[in-house]
Design a protein around this ligand. Structure first.
Ligand SMILES: [Zn+2]
Length: 253
């Protein structure tokens, strides 16, 4: 069966002397793994469309285990991001999260548009950490692990929420904090207010949102722990990014 789809390239690795194994994310079909034959030959027209974090229209032939890529057309290369190490790292970090959390051939339609939107925002407007945080939170929500943010997961009250219980997947109030044993992450009022806005915030809201450096740090730490806890995965690129010290201030050209 032949079919085609717009896809985001998650990764591309050597498969044999002339071929590459390409992992892609498609809105309709989810994560797919496909062989790009002869791609290492200088004249291969597919070369430019299977670079990591490219947006491409690919034509496939459905195989038993792996698809075969028969043709491709590059839709967006995200050239600004590729010229900048930090933007490249963050764009690749999004791909690493998709690779480690999605199952093969399981569509997650809500996540495709957000991935594309986040790649475009990084490319067109620079690196705003809140766009990365929105992606992380929505990854969890789309995979069915959305955190409970509006009430205490223990007693249900919505006042004085002071921390987050990883094991219970939600905020806890000051009283329940003392009786909940392990794995509580401190969440300030500011951090909680940002978290509550993040899930559904459009780009304009995110660009206008101002956050203090401590709140941004706490938000980043919280989402990292939360994703690692639920996905049981560590994201290697986060260590590289930390080593290179990401900027704290929002950039918006
Ligand atoms: Zn409580």
């Amino acid at each position: 069966m032949y079919y085609n789809a717009p896809v985001i390239i998650i990764k591309s690795i050597d498969f044999s002397e002339a071929d590459k194994l390409v992992t892609v994310f498609s809105e309709q079909y989810g994560k797919l793994r496909a062989i790009a034959r002869g791609i290492k030959k200088p004249k291969s027209s597919l070369r430019s469309c299977v670079q990591p974090f490219c947006y491409s229209q690919l034509h496939f032939y459905r195989g038993r285990d792996l698809e075969l890529i028969t043709q491709g057309k590059l839709l967006d290369f995200f050239g600004n991001s590729r010229e900048d190490l930090e933007r490249t790292l963050y764009s690749t970090y999004l791909m690493e999260m998709l690779d480690k959390s999605l199952l093969d051939r399981m569509p997650v339609p809500g996540l495709f548009g957000l991935t594309l939107n986040t790649l475009q925002s990084i490319n067109n407007h620079g690196l705003n950490p809140l766009f990365i945080r929105r992606f992380e939170l929505n990854l969890a929500v789309n995979l069915g692990y959305g955190p409970v943010l509006n009430q205490c997961v223990s007693c249900g009250q919505s006042q004085t929420l002071v921390g987050f219980s990883l094991a219970e997947g939600g905020m806890v109030c000051r009283e329940c904090r003392h009786t909940t044993k392990a794995g509580i992450i401190n969440i300030s009022g500011e951090c909680l207010a940002i978290l509550r806005q993040l899930e559904g915030a459009n780009n304009n809201v995110l660009r206008r949102l101002r956050a203090s450096a401590p709140a941004l740090d706490q938000l980043e730490h919280f989402l990292e722990q939360y994703l690692q806890y639920h996905l049981e995965r560590k994201f290697n690129l986060k260590d590289t990014i930390r080593y290179l010290k990401p900027p704290r201030q929002c950039v918006d050209n």
